[in-house]
Design a binder for this molecule. Structure first.
Ligand code: DON
Length: 339
């Protein structure tokens, strides 16, 4: 009797908070499933974009892979389409290496070394590095990302790599592995990134061996993930750094706002403004075809579909995530007026 009274009081309080805009209403299962179904069907036959081909192995990836996953902070996993096929994580990895460096050295380390501003240039721009001598960049473009990788603690390449892979795996909630074919392919063709790293070294933004930093960065980009993995990683960010499936606090909670701010500013490169305008969601894309997006406190979502637009962002993933989030009220800037 007493218990049921307390439960009713708690429900009433939650409803009052929700009505006052203090807490977002929990997502309804049927609404999430309907949103995933609708977005999947709407974009299934879309024929826009093309696989990345400047990394030869990516051109060979099945461009029909199309998977959607959404995970809520209570650990509910929703999926639609192909959420088993794995692609390389590519630039989505940059979020988690940045986060690792913040955990190890505090958010100031990133802010002070490569900055947090959008470059307004393509992700592998050399002009952007030259313009500000390696500062005023951000850890989500290649120059800032290779510099971030060079900042990860560890006495040897093996130790640094183990730390990075363990960290990513804790976010995904399972042991992730490297796609050797993609790693070898990118390592054989990453002369531009090597040049960028040498420039960042010349400007004092990379302190260690730039060739080693580029090599580790290339390996981090080659980690294989499926849409479900990516959604769990995004949901961990949506849940204050606690993995909703394993219950493990995998990053420092106080760094989540800074991580999400950088994603909002630069996650989709020179199209980040358009993306934020359409969705309000911090997000990150990768040339493997994945995009993750975070609705803080509400959900993490990921879509994999390899064909990309000219900015290097998956065409289907952008459209599907925008539709789903907007259908579920995921935009954190949407507020119900009071009085
Ligand atoms: O360094 C590169 O060019 C790739 N390993 C990663 C680029 C990437 O994913 C850009 N994302 N949209």
């Amino acid at each position: 009797m007493k218990d049921s009274l307390i439960a009713r009081l708690a429900t009433l309080l939650l409803a009052l908070f929700a009505a006052a805009g203090v807490l977002a209403e929990p997502l309804e299962k049927a609404a999430v499933e309907a949103a995933l179904d609708a977005a999947y069907a709407k974009y299934k036959s879309l024929q826009e974009g093309a696989n990345a081909d400047y990394i030869p192995a990516l051109a060979k990836v099945d461009s029909t892979i199309y998977g959607i996953a959404l995970v809520t902070p209570d650990g509910t996993v929703y999926t639609k389409g192909d959420v088993e096929s794995e692609v390389s994580i590519q630039s989505i990895s940059k979020v988690f290496t940045m986060t690792l460096v913040m955990d190890e050295q505090g958010p100031g380390a990133i802010y002070n070394n490569m900055g947090v501003d959008a470059t307004g240039q393509v992700f592998n721009s050399i002009v952007a590095v030259e313009q500000y001598k390696g500062a005023e960049m951000n850890p989500l473009v290649n120059a800032g990302a290779i510099a971030a990788t060079s900042m990860v603690a560890g006495g040897s390449r093996e130790e640094i790599w183990a730390r990075i892979l363990d960290y990513y795996s804790a976010f995904a909630g399972r042991e992730l592995k490297v796609n050797r074919e993609v790693f070898d392919s990118e390592a054989a063709t990453n002369q531009r990134n090597q040049a960028i790293a040498q420039l960042m070294y010349a400007y004092g933004r990379i302190k260690d061996d730039p060739a080693r930093a580029t090599d580790i960065y290339t390996e981090q980009c080659s980690v294989n993930v499926n849409a479900r993995d990516l959604a769990v990683m995004a949901a961990t960010l949506a849940n204050g750094g606690r993995n909703p499936l394993t219950g493990k606090q995998v990053m420092q909670e106080e760094n989540v706002p800074e991580v999400l701010a950088v994603m909002a500013t630069a996650g989709l490169y020179d199209d980040s403004g358009k993306w934020l305008y359409a969705t309000g969601l911090p997000a990150k894309s990768g040339v493997g075809g994945g995009i993750i997006a975070v609705s803080p406190g509400r959900f993490g979502i990921a879509v994999i579909s390899p064909p990309l637009d000219s900015a290097g962002n998956s065409v289907r993933a952008q459209k599907a995530i925008a539709d789903i989030s907007n259908a579920l009220g995921g935009n954190p800037y949407e507020v119900i007026p009071q009085q």
